[in-house]
Design a protein around this ligand. Structure first.
Ligand code: NAP
Length: 415
């Protein structure tokens, strides 16, 4: 009967059922938290430590032994230590023979070492069955029980029996094991925790570039220009007025950039006549970080709302909270249309008036409208029935190439 952790499903363990012993090497943050969780879920835990006598703050009920003594207690050993310390296992090679070694380690950088930590471990202890698992679960989440958003445990290993034992443990802890295949997948699994942030890198870089550009642009028009032309000191605008122009502009452009890759992808699919060809890498990367782009846009819209509502504003129109709302698909487009319309209304006749030019530079809002308007026009073209019909068919798997070959057979031109 498979045990199931109390906070995952009700624990109905038979008191006569023998508790399975799991050994954990390392009494650091992760070892302690995992041990705590395992004890909660009905396992017996034997910790292996360099200093079993001085190990403190360990979960009650766990044994703390030397590495070799702990290893003899169980045929499954979870290594809660850093790769840099795996060398100490070479002294235990004989006692680790035939055991399941679970590698939970992560690195500080993507592809930090030539081989994955799990493969390195398998080379150090060739007689053991190495399984990679648990590296995407944090010690804090294990201890605090806040695993809701991250229950997935990616598991890989060359020995399928060993892998399934580890997957059973993960299930018992209330986690969701995902079999990723052989140990070759370990490198990718080790990179997962490090890949979370890069999704934000492009949105943050874009937002910073847009902010700096529009801040300088507005400063030239609204601070430097009045000073050069009329010796008017408008530096007070740098603190509130200009940032409060830059935030909505950045939000609007970022929001448009959420939808631009989708539109470009649709054009590419129409051009290629198939959905079965990879998008260029830059487009793939752009599509993958759309959610983050949208959230950064929302952040800027929120800043704009805070500035507009909290700080006493003298002369600009108040923007409404709904302008910052990002939702998926159609609602997202509706938000983009509303924000663009709002900017157009805000600019009103001033957009077209030569009097607003400063050194031939139009108002920053005019520039802010370029990307959103381009996206909306392209989207409008794409939803025209004749184009939308073809695009929908392509997305349902239809390929133009098959028609091409027919027409080629009939001796017709291909384009
Ligand atoms: P930690 O707090 O630094 O603990 C590492 C443990 O390794 C030490 O407590 C020590 O236990 C043992 N160790 C063995 N040889 C050692 C040596 N020569 N020098 C120092 N320590 C040695 O690290 P951690 O945060 O628990 O992380 C342990 C592993 O879990 C790492 O590979 C990490 O990537 C992985 N991990 C951690 C988390 C997390 O949230 N912390 C999440 C996922 C994966 P003894 O003193 O008892 O010997």
């Amino acid at each position: 009967m498979e045990k199931m952790c109390a906070d995952a499903l009700p624990l109905t363990m038979n008191s006569s059922e023998k508790q399975e012993i799991v050994c954990i090497f390392g009494t650091g943050d992760f070892g302690k938290s995992l041990g705590f969780k395992m004890l909660q879920c009905g396992y017996s835990v034997a910790f292996g430590s360099r200093n079993p006598q001085v190990s403190s703050l360990l979960p009650r009920g766990a044994e703390v032994l030397s590495y070799s003594d702990a290893a003899s207690k169980s045929d499954i050993i979870i290594l809660a230590m850093h790769r840099e310390h795996y060398e100490c296992l070479t002294e235990l090679v004989d006692s680790l023979n035939g055991k399941i070694l679970v590698d939970v380690s992560n690195n500080r950088k993507i592809n930090q070492y030539p081989e994955s930590n799990a493969e390195y471990l398998a080379q150090l202890v060739p007689g053991a069955h190495v399984v990679k698992a648990f590296n995407t679960i944090s010690a804090w989440a294990l201890q605090s029980g806040t695993l809701d958003a991250s229950r997935q445990v990616f598991v890989c290993g060359n020995d399928s029996k060993a892998k399934h034992r580890v997957m059973d443990i993960a299930r018992t802890l209330g986690l969701t094991p995902l079999d990723q295949g052989s140990l070759v997948a370990a490198n990718e699994i080790e990179n997962y925790p490090l890949q979370l942030f890069p999704m934000w890198r492009l949105p943050f870089c874009l937002a910073s570039v847009l902010c700096v550009f529009f801040f300088v642009y507005c400063a030239i028009r609204e601070v430097i220009y009045p000073y050069v032309n009329g010796k008017t000191d408008a530096t007070f605008r740098l603190a509130i007025s200009i940032p409060n122009r830059v935030f909505p502009i950045t939000a609007l452009i970022l929001l448009a950039l959420v939808y631009l890759p989708g539109v470009l992808a649709a054009i590419l699919q129409l051009y290629r006549g198939t959905k079965y060809r990879r998008f260029p890498n830059w487009l793939d990367r752009w599509m993958l970080c759309r959610k983050q782009l949208g959230l950064v846009a929302l952040g800027f819209a929120f800043l704009h709302v805070v500035y507009t509502l909290v700080i006493p504003i003298r002369y600009y129109v108040r923007w409404r909270l709904r302008n910052g709302t990002i939702t998926q698909s159609k609602l997202g487009y509706l938000t983009l249309i509303l924000c663009t319309a709002h900017t157009l209304v805000y600019g009103g006749k001033r957009f077209l008036s030569p009097s607003i030019l400063r050194w031939s530079l139009p108002s920053a809002y005019v520039l802010a409208l370029i990307v959103p308007c381009t996206v909306l026009v392209m989207k409008f073209i794409l939803i025209m029935p004749c184009i939308d019909k073809t695009l929908t068919r392509i997305r349902q798997g239809w390929e133009r190439n098959s028609q091409h070959s027919k027409s080629a057979l009939n001796g017709k031109s291909d384009i």
